[in-house]
Design a protein around this ligand. Structure first.
Ligand SMILES: C[S@@+](CC[C@H](N)C(=O)[O-])C[C@H]1O[C@@H](n2cnc3c(N)ncnc32)[C@H](O)[C@@H]1O
Length: 281
């Protein structure tokens, strides 16, 4: 864990348990199905597969204000809720939202963890786009980690997030990225990337930055964690956005069609050359 000047609590508290409570917790975790977030609880853990998001949190928290007490925070795509819980455990007023994009009820997982840790975090099953206008201009800090590439229309979602934030509010952002080629876009019915039917784009860091800047966010600091993911701290600097030209759904649909055509042409070419080679033998 990196050394930090922060006075934040960096881990959720240990909850003591009897043997029976420990066993009950193991059963509860199994009943809630696969967790994405690793959380230690009553002598067991929510997942054995990895420690996500602890390594990310350990890079992010040094950039979080020294105290988050009473800060209004929104955790977009909160999943099993680790970030919401740790911020609320530090005194922030947190709302975690998620649409349960897969068939796992991740909000139920977060709600169960909250019932155990009692941090005060609130959770809601909702699309960020559906938060009513009573949430506009309310948040001091927004987390949008690992969500961008799951959004079919990033432009509209970033505008909405901008609206939800107060001026100068902080945005912790993370997305899968493509650091070696062009941005790849996938149609809504496509399951092309890593067999993930909810992955709509693997954008380059440059395109991600441009999309954020066009929607009123300024990069404060990139957070280098992993070459396949782009993490950064942003600040809302403008409410009105620059009229976007490259990231509209129509434009993306055009790019998807072009990319499909190019792939088909490549496939045709390689089939033809395989046929020629065969006939020469
Ligand atoms: C890869 S997970 C990231 C979870 C967590 N933020 C993290 O970084 O560990 C993406 C989450 O975003 C949620 N999600 C996708 N689109 C959303 C939307 N429009 N509004 C709210 N949640 C959304 C998905 O259901 C999923 O739980």
């Amino acid at each position: 864990m990196p050394k930090s000047k922060t006075s934040l609590k960096l881990r959720l508290p240990r909850i003591k348990a009897t043997q029976a409570e420990h066993d009950e917790t193991i059963n509860k975790i199994a009943s809630l199905r696969q967790f994405y977030h690793y959380v230690e609880i009553k002598g067991t853990q929510t997942t054995q597969v990895h420690k996500h998001p602890l390594p990310v949190w350990d890079e992010i928290h040094p950039l979080i204000p020294l105290t988050v007490k009473d800060m209004k925070c929104l955790d977009v795509g909160c999943n099993s809720g680790f970030y919401s819980l740790i911020l609320a455990a530090n005194g922030a007023d947190v709302l975690g939202i998620d649409i349960n994009q897969t068939d796992i009820d991740v909000v139920a997982q977060a709600e169960w963890l909250e019932s155990e840790f009692k941090t005060g975090a609130k959770f809601q099953r909702t699309d960020v786009l559906d938060l009513p206008s009573s949430h506009h201009n309310q948040y001091d800090m927004v987390l949008c980690l690992g969500v961008y590439h799951h959004l079919p229309d990033t432009d509209t979602a970033l505008q909405k997030i901008n609206k939800l934030m107060k001026k100068d509010a902080l945005l912790f952002f993370g997305s899968v990225t493509n650091r070696f080629g062009e941005s790849q876009y996938y149609a809504e019915d496509s399951a092309e990337f890593a067999n993930d039917p909810y992955c709509y784009r693997i954008a380059t860091p440059e395109d991600i930055l441009e999309d954020l800047q066009e929607n009123g966010f300024e990069l404060v600091e990139e957070i280098p964690i992993d070459s396949s993911v782009y993490y950064g701290l942003f600040k809302k600097v403008k409410t009105t956005r620059k009229k976007t030209t490259r990231f509209t759904p129509d434009k993306i649909a055009e790019i998807v069609a072009q990319q499909r055509k190019a792939k088909e042409a490549e496939l045709k070419k390689s089939k033809k050359s395989a046929k020629t080679k065969k006939s020469k033998k």
